[in-house]
Design a protein around this ligand. Sequence first.
Ligand code: KG4
Ligand code: ZN
Length: 349
Amino acid sequence: MSADQPLVLGIETSCDETGVGIVRGETLLVDAIASSVDEHARFGGVVPEVASRAHLEAMIPTIERATRDAGVRLADLDAVAVTSGPGLAGALMVGVAAAKSLAVALGKPLYGVNHLASHVAVDIVEHGPLPEPTLAMLVSGGHSSLLLVPDVTAEITSLGSTIDDAAGEAFDKVARVLGLPFPGGPHIDRAAREGDRVAIDFPRGLTTGRDLERHRFDFSFSGLKTAVARWVQAREAAGEPVPVADVAASFQEAVTDVLTRKAVAACKEHGVENLQIGGGVAANSRLRAMAQERCDEAGIALRVPRPGLCTDNGAMVASLGAQMVLKGRTPSDLALPADSSMPVTEVQS
Ligand code: KG4
Ligand code: ZN
């Protein structure tokens, strides 16, 4: 690690995680997180107002913890980066206001960056410089997208995305049907290990005929979710026990089959030899294994950050901020807004 590499602090508050990460160039120094997930659990989903308040309370302690654990002083920072969108409006505003205050108080440049681009950039601190172009698949509670990424600091195009539920949302809703806690992804992942993946043949959305023609690289998980709910209800109505592990494994198989099939097809069609997977669902053990198998078969190099860097965190924002500095990108205006529906093509605001 060289001291002439930019020292960047990144703030993430787009959903329920208050993340503060610090990187020096392409090296991660610290990734401090305070999550309000437990406060949302009883509602079965993230409650925006609860999340905003939790960000307010956690912001200063998390910044203090990050700088202390990294052994750096705020005055040593070269830049501050923050998620300016997309995400929950009130939650984003807390992060953007905090980042602006820091930048003004310290007299340092500010970079407002896209949450989705940050999910891609985080892999730089894990596996080194990002091959250009990279094809990225982002799968989380809020998004499911296939992105072509010629340059993560400046140019991202969307090849496809979900037309209804996000992949993580499907995990969360199916978990609810199975009586598993929120957020459901990790619970389904765990239950599925004891189950039979081919026990139930659940539908694979947008993978055949006309659907595939019109929605080549789009996803749909709402039909799958309904199919699982119907299957479980039929069992219950017949007074039979629900085989939770088999349902979890078969559902998970349907999701990961579609995701990996479309990701590999997109790589082939666009002549890209590098696939990166990010977002909370990338922590899924079956998705990771199946993606590895299919990429190996297709001669595609796969990069997936460790699970802790797949879910929302501050390191991803710091990593993208450091790339902005390294590539000489112009800092954002101090008047930059929080943009809850920021398009993925807009890497910086
Ligand atoms: O990226 P993330 O932390 O937040 C969003 O931007 O949404 O993703 C959270 C989502 C949740 O839906 C959660 O159920 C899912 O990621 N998730 C998983 C796993 N771990 C988290 N889904 C499947 N398997 C997992 N192991
Ligand atoms: Zn995310």
